[in-house]
Design a protein around this ligand. Structure first.
Ligand code: PPE
Length: 309
């Protein structure tokens, strides 16, 4: 995700030019990872750019703030409006939106609730995160030696900046081992998720994904896929998945705002199914991309048009 400047960034209530969106070096979040964020996408549709999952993303942002005791001086409606305003101001069609709420300059103490809360909303152009080829042919992944946070250590349900050190270690190890992405087990040794994606396996036509108690982020795309799969008549289960169940799956795919629905072609060097995108994954991709690009009816109300209407 190389960043190219856009004209505007929303910072503490107003749109400011790119180069003016700055913070002090003693900003609390820079030292301790004291931030909460979201990753949201817009897609080009015949009705102009549309934000996917605006409401659930804003709801999760506020949920993360609540868990982390981070006071946010705006309402969910104001943040949703600011997101739409930022996309519109920057004139982007396919973009990734990054709202970030963080503890600013005030103290270096660990109980930093006296720090002012800052909020930024930035947009960056974005294509396919794990590659166009990955979306068609699948990617190679490995189970890394890093595990997800144990319960009651870091709150997995919150999307907190500091927690992404764990994801960074997972991603770096995977890349060093020649894989496109890394998976992590939870503290009990069951499959949790990818560094930035949730995971689904398909076996004998049934979809299985780890439950929230497997230390996963409650992914918005995961929610969309659960809804879509049930609507299409598939049996779907939220169940603990043992590592070796990955190897025996007919199909595996990863879901995320950035990763969308990306098939997995191998895990730890073992081919999944016959090593290509499977029929269930292809069917879900077809429906998902059809809806988000406006080719198919938005029958679940996932999209919010940036231009209104
Ligand atoms: N798990 C993790 C750890 C995660 O970071 C994400 C999103 C997901 C699951 C999927 O959640 P959702 O996007 O709501 O379906 N990861 C974000 C950042 C990825 C990155 O590496 O950058 C994203 O996809 O926006």
């Amino acid at each position: 995700m190389g960043i190219r400047p856009t004209p505007w960034i929303w910072h503490n209530g107003k749109l400011v030019p790119w180069e003016e969106a700055r913070v002090h070096v003693l900003t609390h979040a820079l030292h301790y990872g004291s931030s909460v964020f979201e990753g949201i996408r817009t897609y080009s549709t015949p009705r102009g750019p549309a934000v996917l999952g605006l409401e659930p993303h804003v709801r999760r942002l506020f949920a993360s703030c609540k868990i982390y005791r981070l006071a946010i001086p705006y309402s969910p409606e104001e943040i949703a409006q600011a997101i739409l305003d930022t996309v519109r101001a920057n004139g982007l069609r396919d973009c990734y939106i990054r709202p970030l709420v963080f503890r600013g300059l005030g103290t270096l103490a660990l109980d930093a609730r006296e720090c002012p809360t800052e909020v930024i909303i930035a947009t960056v152009e974005m294509g396919n995160y794990l590659g166009e080829e990955g979306l068609r042919q699948g990617i190679d992944v490995v189970v890394t030696s890093w595990q997800r946070m144990a319960p009651n250590t870091f709150p997995a349900m919150a999307k907190i900046g500091g927690q992404y050190i764990n994801s960074q270690l997972i991603a770096m190890e995977a890349h060093d081992r020649g894989a496109a992405e890394g998976l992590a087990l939870n503290a009990d040794g069951y499959v949790s998720e990818g560094s930035g994606e949730n995971i689904f396996i398909v076996r004998d036509g049934v979809l299985v994904t780890p439950p929230l108690s497997a230390s996963i982020l409650p992914g918005i795309t995961r929610g969309f896929v659960l809804q879509l799969a049930r609507d299409l008549g598939y049996e779907v289960r939220e169940e603990m998945i043992a590592r070796e169940m990955l190897y025996l799956a007919d199909e595996i795919f990863l879901t995320g705002t950035a990763a969308e629905i990306t098939p997995v072609r191998s895990v730890d060097g073992l081919l999944i199914g016959n090593g290509e995108r499977g029929p269930v994954t292809a069917r879900l991709q077809e429906e998902f991309f059809g809806i988000v690009t406006g080719r198919k009816e938005d029958r679940f109300g996932w999209l919010t048009c940036v231009e209104g209407g």
